[in-house]
Design a protein around this ligand. Structure first.
Ligand SMILES: *Cc1c(COP(=O)(O)O)cnc(C)c1O
Length: 356
């Protein structure tokens, strides 16, 4: 399929102060769109000026939440090239989410190609300051105008781009985390392993209440027994217990993060003992008391590594590593960001060049 390109005649001014960039607040000049019609498949791939889209008020996504998305970044490397990090993994996961939400699959190679074309057109929007990036949001919504509950017959795939600031403005500050024992994010058999908006809608209430109590994120427990650790906020979570680095095993309700996967692979390549298993809150409490809980951190595209300095579980508070970032968290952060920004070579296929 050919991609039709219509360039804007009225380009916007780029942000002047890149150090003041937030997250997902401003968008570039162009976007990618592609339609799906039952019987015809995906068609009309196009890059057009960024702007509002017209939709029928009865479009099914607005009523029943049939939607999936991805989150990734384009990085400006020291040699001036623009790079992506393991983008094939994002499109693979997009199709896994599609399968769960009854959305038709996309051609992964074609979508990656479309993304590269869009990023190349927008390359001057990739910010230059240290730790800034161009955030990339591919997503699919159902657009069939109908209120009956069923998988839709029409969809829209879009990619939008947003120059984003450094996640850490003043160094990697460990955050305080609230262990959520009431609300749950996902359950086995639900949509927890799919990247879909509904999971986020379901998480807002707990996040809000944790904020009110002075905690920055929620640590989610399993939806059945509320005993086992699942994720932290919208990140995967790791613990260093003694000499073991451990993260909850993928069980159907945990989102399979690409930063999670990359962290596991890097840690193993460095010779660490890494395990994917069930981790109970009780175990964290006990190991914390014994002084064996050395480090805890979240992993995700936005923050890369987010060190955890304190866990609150009911009436117990566990301080981790004296509220300081630990050596394994720091080493992972340095190496992952080093590969992403092209400062150090990573494994084959991790850092993908878009253009110079
Ligand atoms: C996107 C996401 C992650 C992190 O995935 P990455 O591929 O590492 O960015 C973790 N948990 C949830 C719920 C997510 O939506």
């Amino acid at each position: 399929m050919e991609i039709k390109i219509e360039l804007t005649k009225t380009p916007k001014a780029k942000p002047i102060d890149e150090n003041a960039l937030g997250f997902g607040e401003i968008f570039t000049d162009h976007m990618f769109l592609m339609d799906y019609t039952e019987g015809q498949g995906w068609h009309d791939a196009r890059i057009v000026p960024y702007g509002p889209i017209a939709m029928d008020p009865s479009a099914m996504c607005l009523h029943y939440g049939q939607e999936v998305f991805e989150g990734m970044k384009a990085y400006r490397a020291d040699d001036g090239s623009i790079r992506l990090f393991r983008p094939d993994e994002n499109f693979k996961r997009l199709n896994a989410s599609n399968d769960r939400l009854c959305i038709p699959r996309v051609d992964e190679a074609f979508c990656l190609d479309a993304l590269k074309k869009l990023v190349e057109i927008e390359k001057d929007w990739v910010p230059h300051q240290k730790d800034t990036s161009l955030y990339i949001r591919p997503f699919i919504i159902s657009t069939e105008p109908k209120l009956g509950v069923k998988p839709a017959s029409n969809y829209l795939f879009m990619i939008i781009l947003s120059p984003s600031g450094a996640y850490y403005k003043g160094g990697l500050n460990p955050v305080k985390i609230y262990v959520e024992t009431g609300y749950v994010r996902a359950v086995k058999g639900g949509t927890g392993a799919a990247k879909t908006g509904g999971n986020y809608a379901a998480s807002l209430k707990a996040q809000d209440e944790a904020h009110d109590q002075g905690y920055s994120q929620v640590l989610w427990l399993d939806g059945v027994e509320r005993k086992y650790i699942e994720e932290v906020g919208a990140m995967n979570v790791f613990f260093v217990i003694g000499d073991e680095v451990t993260t909850p095993m993928l069980n159907g309700s945990i989102l399979p993060g690409i930063t999670r996967k990359s962290s596991i692979e890097m840690l193993k390549s460095w010779g660490y003992k890494v395990s994917e298993r069930r981790i109970s809150v009780q175990e964290l409490l006990e190991e914390g008391k014994k002084g064996n809980l050395k480090e805890a951190f979240g992993t995700g595209t936005a923050a890369v590594i987010s060190p955890i300095g304190e866990l609150k579980i009911d009436d117990h508070v566990i301080a981790i590593n004296g509220g300081e970032i630990g050596p394994i968290s720091q080493k992972l952060y340095d190496n992952l960001t080093g590969i992403q920004w092209g400062r150090i070579p990573g494994p084959e296929g991790w850092s993908v060049k878009v253009c110079d």
